[in-house]
Structures are given as structure tokens and as C-alpha cells.
Write a new protein. Structure first.
Length: 191
């Protein structure tokens, strides 16, 4: 069942189980989706006559965050599917040298594939931060980065590994921007 169709309780129960998926990548994607949803709520409260001069911007933000939320949910499912595929490769036969070699190659490829959804969550979190939903997006970027780094240890493909390192490198600037936005907002609240 797609993550978007599960109740929060069902999803959390699955995450808490001793199963390969859903896991950290799906959780990171949902954090990004929540950040986008919160920004959508704020934007929808910023409509009407009082904010008429900003309607074009507000409308664009609503459209963007709704799309980002949908992308994040698809990435959550992609992450879960990728880790189920990883688990399947560990069940491949390894009785002969050829089977062992085929199994190792399949595991390596599955792990490389599994690193992509959380790597994409990092970029998605950057877009959410760019639209000012800072804290959920910061948590999404940080959580996704850790998941990619966990996968990096098992990726033997040097090109894929370098691509993942480049993706995780984006997280530091996203986190710093989110912290800056939060600090600015908190400063304004204190007045």
C-alpha cells in the first residue's frame, strides 16, 4: 500500500518493525512533505483581499509546495521499494562461485539504487527551505544525508559513490539556510 494511503499510525508501526522498509529514507521524505504541507497551510492563510497584492506569489507558492509534497510522497515509496529490492538480493542463492558473484553484483546495484531516493530528498528539502519551511526541511535534509551515507559504505561502484557524495554535500548548505531562516523568524517573533 502506498505510504500516502496509510494512516500515520500504520506508517509508524511499519517503521518500528524489524523490516527493511519503510525506513530512514521514507521518514526523511515525509519530513520534507510535512514541511511543504505546513508552508501550504501558511500560504493558504495568506489569501484574500488583505493580501491581494501578493496573490500571484502566494498562488505560485501553493502550486509549488503541493507538487513538492506529492514528489516527497513518491520518494518515500521509492525509498521503501528500493530497500525491499535490497532485501531481496540478500536472499539470492550463493551456492556456487558464479551465484556468489551474481549475488554480490546484484546487492551492489540494489544498494546504489537505494541511495538515490534519499539523495533526491536532500534536493527536495532544499527547495522546501527555499520556500521558507525551514525546520521540517532541515530535518529531512539531515535525515536523508545520514541514509545516503549509510548506503555509501556498501556501494562499490565508484561513479555512483561519487554522485552520492556530491548529493550529500548539498545538505550542509541546506541545513545552514534553514537554521538562518529559523533564527530570523525567531528574532522577529521576540520582536
Amino acid at each position: 500500500m502506498p505510504i500516502r494511503d496509510q494512516t500515520i499510525g500504520e506508517f509508524l508501526d511499519q517503521v518500528a518493525e524489524r523490516v527493511p522498509a519503510p525506513g530512514g529514507g521514507a521518514v526523511a521524505a515525509l519530513l520534507a512533505a510535512q514541511g511543504a504541507a505546513l508552508l501550504g497551510m501558511v500560504a493558504r492563510y495568506t489569501t484574500g483581499e488583505k493580501y491581494a497584492e501578493h496573490q500571484a506569489t502566494v498562488g505560485r507558492i501553493i502550486t509549488e509546495v503541493d507538487e513538492l509534497r506529492n514528489i516527497a510522497l513518491r520518494l518515500a515509496d521509492a525509498d521503501a521499494d528500493a530497500f525491499l529490492a535490497v532485501a531481496d538480493t540478500f536472499r539470492l542463492p550463493k551456492s556456487t562461485e558464479q551465484e556468489e558473484a551474481d549475488r554480490s553484483a546484484a546487492i551492489a546495484q540494489a544498494l546504489a539504487n537505494a541511495a538515490w531516493p534519499p539523495a533526491q530528498v536532500i534536493s527536495l528539502a532544499g527547495m522546501v527551505v527555499g520556500l521558507a519551511a525551514a525546520e521540517c526541511a532541515r530535518a529531512a535534509a539531515s535525515t536523508a544525508r545520514v541514509n545516503v551515507e549509510i548506503n555509501l559504505a556498501a556501494i562499490s561502484d565508484e561513479r555512483a559513490s561519487l554522485e552520492m557524495i556530491a548529493e550529500t554535500g548539498k545538505a550542509d548548505s541546506i541545513i545552514a539556510r534553514a537554521e538562518q531562516i529559523t533564527a530570523t523568524v525567531r528574532e522577529q517573533i521576540r520582536g
